[in-house]
Structure formats: C-alpha cells, structure tokens
Design a protein around this ligand. Structure first.
Ligand code: PMP
Length: 359
C-alpha cells in the first residue's frame, strides 16, 4: 500500500489496527459466515459490539453515573437542532468561536432566544474568546471546544453551575482527558478521533431531559434513544464497529493521558518550527488559543507567491490534506490521535527543505 502522511481534517487518518479489523469483519464477522453488513442490528453479535463501545466510552472518559452515551445518525449538524429541541426552553447562551458555532447558533434560534455572550468574529476567529459570567436566566451555555477550521481550541476549564455547559467536541473528543461531570451534553461527529463518518456520539446527562414544554418528534427526542440504548431504529452498524475498534486502540495506547501526551508532542513539533525557526511560514491562530488538533499556517508576505509551489512539493513528498480551509487560506495540518509523530516530523522536514531552497 502506498505510504502517505494523512493530515485530512475529517474524515481523517484512523488507527491502522481499527481499519484492518473492520475490513476483516466486513468479510466475515467472528467466523459467523456473514459480513458485518449482513447481520441483524438486533443480533447477539451486534449487541456485544454496541455494549462494548458504550463501556469503552465510559471507561476512557471516566463518564460518571447519571449520563447516557448515545450513537445516532445525522452528524454533529443534526445535533445543532436536536440539542435545542430537547433543552432550550426560553433562552440559551452561545459562544461564537467559529463557523460551526455559528451554524449551531442559527439552528438554536428556531427554538428560542439566543444570547451570543462571546465572539471572536472580529479577528476572523483566530483566537478563542474569553467567556464572561454566564447569565443566570439561560437553559444552557453552548461552546465548541475545538474550531476545526481556524485551529483554535478552548484551553480553559469551565464551571458554569447551575447553568449546564453543552459542548460540540467533534474535533477534540478523546484527544485528552475531559471532566465530563462539568458538562450537561457533549456531542460530535465521530469522523475525527473516534471513527469513520456515519455515527454521531452524544453524552447526555439524564437530569437535563424532559424539562422543555414542547412536544418533540420521536426520533429527535433524546429520551427515545436513551430508553432504546440507541437501537430505536437501525443504527450505523459498520461505523459503530469501527468506532469500537478505534476506542480499543486508544485504550491499548494507555488511554487519554498517553494519547494527550503524544498529541502535545506532535503539535509542539510543528508549532516550535513555526515559532522558532521558520522565516517563511507563520501560524495563524493566537498562541494562547492554539489547537492541538488542527494547526493552521500561511506563508509570510514576502513568500506569499510560493504557496502553490510548496503545496506541490508537499504533495510529492506524500503529504495529504494540508490545504487550509478557504476561510483561512494557506495550510492546515490536522494531527488527530492516529497520526504518527513521524508524519509531523516528515512535514516539518519538507517545510525546512523547501525553505532552505529560498533562504
Ligand atoms: N462541529 C465541528 C467542530 C466540526 O468540525 C464539524 C465537521 N467538521 C461539524 C460540527 C459538523 O459535523 P458533521 O459533518 O458530522 O455534521
């Protein structure tokens, strides 16, 4: 197989072991003579996978009693609406830290009043805005912990009690330990750190459910999925299987402490090149807000016309997915859990070599 360095922003690189085990199960699940795609979602085999996957979520994140782990469809984008459907009675507070947060805000407005209590739109979302005191009259505070497009991440700790915090953790879930007890809901699409596209995780605190007055359609009511252990309708069986294998791999690496250490090393390798060595490339995110998952950089004014040439050189050296999102430009290296440190070192090597040609 061709060797590449996969910096895609999501879907993205997955642990090789998870890909191989899923590929095997697609051919023959546990010697059953059937593909993973051919079994019933009500079978013992799938029940075991579903249960193990829930147990791994609970174990790896240390999820306390009183929370449920749900696997749903529709992506994080459906949660932008499902969440306020279930939780927004009158008013909610939102932090506008990027495009995904803006999309969440837009959907919440269908259900009630939205107060945007902090925003970094004034500087094209290049920093994580400080979160002020949370108004007492809101049903929840919504934050996006990692802004995939702009490469900023929430590094603070949060305690907004009695107001529950709700977080879109699509792009930094399972990249580091999180104190789940500080959150009311955590959700995201799986397709970065925890699996392939097609499954959405929702960790929800039981005590928050059933408080809004409105009627909620069955499929959009969290209580349906809590009651049915995410088996109310046919779940994305293959994606859940691959997620389970991905979580097994995280556990085998030593869990989230060990994963976080490796993620810090990877980010440090690239940021320190940008900060201490490079005259050609510069990071776009404010230093205090830098993401450990998505590292955005551009060429300095003097070398701006070299961006395309660098892109070709990087491609030739096996780098995949480093084109920056159009709203930031330049480059973005996503360094999710399964990306090896060697890939970051290869990218830095490639940048260094390119730079040496013009220095
Ligand atoms: N939130 C964030 C932070 C994201 O990065 C993304 C996707 N990149 C989304 C939400 C949307 O996720 P989905 O495509 O699963 O709807």
């Amino acid at each position: 197989m061709k060797q590449v360095h996969n910096f895609n922003a999501g879907p993205c690189v997955l642990p090789r072991a998870a890909v191989e085990k899923t590929a095997q199960a697609l051919l023959d699940l546990n010697g059953s003579g059937m593909s993973l795609m051919e079994i019933s979602h009500r079978s013992k085999d799938f029940e075991a996978i579903n249960n193990e996957c829930i147990a791994l979520w609970k174990e790896l994140l240390g999820i306390p009693e009183g929370y449920h782990v749900l696997f749903l469809g529709g992506g994080a984008s459906l949660q932008f609406c499902m969440l306020p459907y279930n939780l927004l009675g009158k008013k909610a507070a939102y932090v506008e830290s990027g495009v995904w947060a803006k999309k969440a805000i837009k959907e919440a407005k269908f259900f009630g009043e939205v107060s945007v209590i902090a925003s970094s739109s004034d500087k094209n979302f290049s920093y994580y805005p400080a979160i002020p005191a949370i108004p007492g009259d809101v049903d929840y505070l919504h934050i996006t912990t990692n802004n995939t497009i702009y490469g900023t991440e929430f590094h603070g700790s949060i305690d907004s009690s009695p107001v529950p915090v709700v977080a879109d953790m699509s792009s930094d879930i399972m990249s580091r330990p999180v104190d789940v007890s500080k959150y009311g809901v955590i959700y995201g699409g799986a397709q970065k750190n925890v699996g392939p596209a097609g499954v959405t995780f929702v960790i929800v605190k039981e005590a928050l459910l059933g408080k809004v007055q409105r009627a909620i359609p069955t499929m959009l009511d969290y209580r349906t999925h809590v009651a049915e252990k995410s088996l109310f309708n046919t779940p994305p069986v293959v994606a859940i299987y691959a997620m389970c294998e991905t979580l097994r791999w995280i556990k085998a690496q030593g869990g989230l402490q060990a994963i976080a250490k490796l993620n810090r090393q990877k980010a440090e390798a690239l940021y320190s090149y940008l900060d201490n060595e490079s005259k050609m490339f510069v990071g776009t995110a404010d230093k205090a807000s830098r993401s450990l998952m998505n590292i955005c950089f551009v060429m300095t004014e003097k070398y701006k016309d070299k961006e395309e040439e660098f892109m070709s050189a990087a491609k030739a050296a096996g780098m995949v997915g480093i084109k920056g999102h159009r709203s930031v430009g330049g480059f973005r290296a996503s360094t999710y859990n399964a990306l090896p440190l060697a890939s970051v070192q290869a990218l830095v090597g490639c940048m260094r070599e390119f730079e040496a040609k013009f220095a």
